[in-house]
Ligand binder design. Structure first.
Ligand SMILES: C=C(CC[C@@H](C)[C@H]1CC[C@H]2C3=CC[C@H]4[C@H](C)[C@@H](O)CC[C@]4(C)[C@H]3CC[C@]12C)C(C)C
Ligand SMILES: C[S@@+](CC[C@H](N)C(=O)[O-])C[C@H]1O[C@@H](n2cnc3c(N)ncnc32)[C@H](O)[C@@H]1O
Length: 333
């Protein structure tokens, strides 16, 4: 059984691993990072800040989006679910792995991509996430989908992974390495744990060639995207291949999957607007009744605003969440 099981219900919204009465404080703490920019600039503080963010948003994401926490180009005549799955399967097809091989999912969320990829390829997937609550959710979903033999999940930091050198036959990361304070650190770690000759694919969040740092509107949009998605600072598309090469990878392919002929990835966000209002009312009532933790309304409002910044980033073409890079770890390094 591989298809996604029915997701979270609004009445099950929690603060992840945070105690119910601490959700509001953690939300304030999340914002305090942006009031003291030095804190997000201090690289060692970033994983804790990202962990707090995912405690706050994981249930809302699952409830309102599904088990795959990423975007995909929309495909005419296909559902969001099918378009998401196609985007995930493409990643593993490019890795060229055989059934039984062992691949890494760096930043695996609650494992939507991992399950689709394991089911499609027959590969064993090991996922890593900084967030303990996501580990529990992912393990539960893996079991429910009958994929727990192929899929394993570890709680840890992808900047220093608990895996030996040359462990994996391939690796991928889907919209996750944008959380790393230094891309070089996470690419370096992924490179270390991959076997020589194997491939790594990443879908990166970046600013595009249309972004102008001297255009105030561009700056507002990008800042809005960073603040609503726990990003220590969006990179330019230009930096990705340079970093990959610097850690030792050969770059096999690099392209922005959002560019035409792909259909816009942000239509799903725009189409959801009526549902977001319904969700807002539901969350407000549940929080008022004491069923959802205090603070859930604030988190939901933050995501509501974020959806708008993301849409503006997509429509203006200054931002893409699917700058794809495919790299090989050379045989001799
Ligand atoms: C890769 C990352 C996350 C990408 C997306 C999965 C999420 C980005 C914004 C999220 C959402 C925005 C609006 C929410 C809405 C108000 C609520 O009612 C239901 C959930 C949303 C649609 C939510 C779902 C997930 C996102 C689309 C980042 C973090 C690097
Ligand atoms: C937007 S989610 C994407 C999840 C998954 N790839 C998907 O598409 O569903 C980003 C993921 O990266 C993980 N992550 C971010 N920083 C991390 C770190 N330093 N170490 C491990 N995981 C991290 C988060 O915990 C989260 O699971």
């Amino acid at each position: 059984m591989t298809s996604e099981q029915k997701g979270k219900r609004a009445a099950d919204l929690s603060g992840g691993s945070i105690a119910k009465d601490k959700v509001q404080d953690n939300y304030k703490q999340y914002w305090s990072f942006f009031r003291r920019p030095k804190h997000i600039e201090a690289a060692e503080k970033v994983p804790a800040f990202v962990d707090t963010f995912y405690n706050l948003v994981t249930d809302i994401y699952e409830w309102g989006w599904g088990q795959s926490f990423h975007f995909s180009p929309s495909i005419p005549g296909k559902s969001h679910k099918d378009a998401t799955q196609a985007h995930e399967e493409m990643a593993v097809d490019l890795l060229n792995v055989k059934p039984g091989s062992k691949i890494l999912d760096a930043g695996c969320g609650v494992g939507g991509p991992m399950r689709a990829i394991a089911a499609h390829s027959g590969a064993n997937v090991v996922g890593i996430t900084i967030n303990e609550y996501q580990v529990k959710r992912a393990q539960m979903h893996n079991k429910k989908a009958g994929l727990d033999k192929l899929c394993d999940v570890v709680c840890g930091n992808f900047l220093e992974m608990p895996f030996a050198d040359n462990t994996f036959d391939g690796a991928y990361s889907i919209e996750a390495t944008c959380h790393a304070p230094e891309l070089e650190q996470v690419y370096g770690e992924i490179y270390r744990v991959m076997k020589p000759g194997s491939l790594y694919l990443s879908y990166e969040w970046v600013t595009t060639e249309l972004y102008r740092g001297d255009d105030p509107e561009h700056v507002v949009i990008i800042q809005g995207i960073e603040r609503g998605n726990a990003l220590p600072g969006l990179r330019s598309y230009k930096d990705i291949a340079d970093v990959a090469k610097r850690v030792g990878f050969e770059v096999v392919k690099e392209l922005d999957l959002a560019k035409p002929p792909a259909n816009p990835w942000w239509t799903r966000l725009k189409m959801g607007r009526i549902a977001y209002w319904r969700n807002h009312i539901l969350v407000t009532v549940l929080a008022w009744l004491g069923i959802a933790p205090k603070g859930t309304v604030d988190v939901h409002e933050m995501l509501f605003v974020t959806a708008d910044y993301l849409t503006r980033g997509g429509e203006s073409g200054i931002f893409t969440p699917m700058h794809m890079i495919l790299c090989r770890k050379p045989h001799t390094s």
